[in-house]
Design a protein around this ligand. Structure first.
Ligand code: MRU
Length: 352
């Protein structure tokens, strides 16, 4: 087994680029066939890009929002950070309202608000530094989690992942995909399967493409093939990310995660959630109180812009679900691993 991971070799994509006068976002609506950055010159453009999924993935939307605050700051004058924070509040609220479920958005904005409030006359530099720190800390956390999570996986294992949790969804390297990158590099993971992730197809359009860029072979499956795949014995772990991890260890993640956890338990597979501590929300006691985003039912009516469903059909499109903590074997964060998470083990690592 190789011991030292060459991070750059296994991680080439960057979804967010700060270029000083604007924020450039790799347009994830167009991947994999068009690789194009969309330039945002205002915080409201960043909010729109979060809402329409140009940028997506819990950590990535938090980072984009932090840069959105820097852009909003361009339009105001204030003698110190406290007054700047007051004037920027409406822009922060518009950013916060862009998507409800991933806590990283609210977390990043709260951190920007707090830092601004404490800053003096140099608040513009302070706020830009804070956005940069949020981004670089995310990359460092992902790399640390990759190593911690991979260490739980036996050599020669197969894994199934869901949605896109890679470089595209973070500052780089990814959460669950970071564990998969590290596990492949170390020879622990020899088979990678990715579910399509209907209806937006994050798995089919993003995950397998992203892994291909880094020379990692992955096999795409229809979401509905997951239980059958598990039964064949080709996978030993399901490895997923998170949009919010509650105080009792319940996890909100992309719709379909819950049914994978149920199937994994039924087939005796292990279930791992990988997320940085910015996704842990000790203020939310359990998954029952998480707001689940519902998107346009129109996402279910077609594929690739062509309508596949008869006119006049109703559809329901919740885009996240909650996996109860009892179905989770390990939550991996940069602060450490919580095995068989519950209220007590979560509090032990994250406090209150
Ligand atoms: O709707 P999306 O694509 O933003 O949902 C993303 C997910 O559910 C990811 O699994 C989660 O944000 C973790 S990404 C590191």
């Amino acid at each position: 087994m190789r011991s030292k991971l060459d991070f750059d070799r296994y991680d080439r994509i960057r979804p967010i680029r700060w270029i000083g006068e604007a924020l450039e976002l790799l347009d994830q609506r167009k991947l994999p066939f068009v690789v194009e950055y969309r330039s945002c010159a205002s915080s409201d453009e960043v909010a729109a890009a979060i809402r329409d999924l140009t940028v997506r993935g819990a950590p990535a939307i938090g980072i984009a929002a932090a840069w959105g605050v820097v852009l909003a700051a361009r339009g105001i004058d204030a003698p110190d950070g406290a007054e700047a924070a007051h004037k920027l509040e409406p822009a922060l609220e518009r950013l916060n309202a862009a998507r409800p479920t991933a806590v990283n958005l609210a977390w990043a904005l709260a951190r920007m608000r707090r830092t601004l409030g404490e800053a003096g006359p140099d608040w513009r530099d302070v706020v830009e530094r804070e956005a940069r720190d949020i981004e670089t800390e995310d990359l460092a956390a992902n790399r640390a989690m990759g190593t911690l999570g991979a260490a739980l996986i036996e050599a020669g294992s197969g894994v199934l992942t869901h949605c896109n949790t890679g470089s595209l969804a973070t500052a780089g390297f990814g959460t669950a995909l970071g564990v998969i990158r590290a596990g492949v590099a170390e020879g622990r993971i020899t088979r990678v399967f990715a579910g399509e992730t209907r209806p937006w197809l994050q798995g089919a359009r993003l995950t397998v493409w992203e892994l291909q860029q880094d020379g990692i072979d992955a096999t795409l499956i229809a979401d509905s093939a997951a239980a059958h795949l598990m039964k064949t014995g080709q996978v030993q772990w399901v490895v997923v990310g998170a949009d919010r991890i509650c105080a009792n260890g319940d996890v909100a993640n992309k719709i379909g995660t819950y049914q994978l956890a149920i199937s994994a338990r039924h087939h005796g597979l292990k279930f791992m959630v990988v997320a940085s501590s910015s996704t842990v929300d000790m203020g939310t006691p359990s998954g029952d109180v998480i707001e689940i985003e519902e998107r346009d039912p129109g996402e279910l009516f077609g594929v690739g812009g062509s309508r596949t469903v008869a006119e006049g059909i109703a559809a329901w499109n919740p885009v996240f679900d909650v996996t109860p903590h009892e179905l989770i074997d390990a939550i991996v964060t940069e602060k450490g691993v919580v095995e068989r998470p519950d209220e007590v083990s979560m509090r032990h690592l994250f406090g209150v």
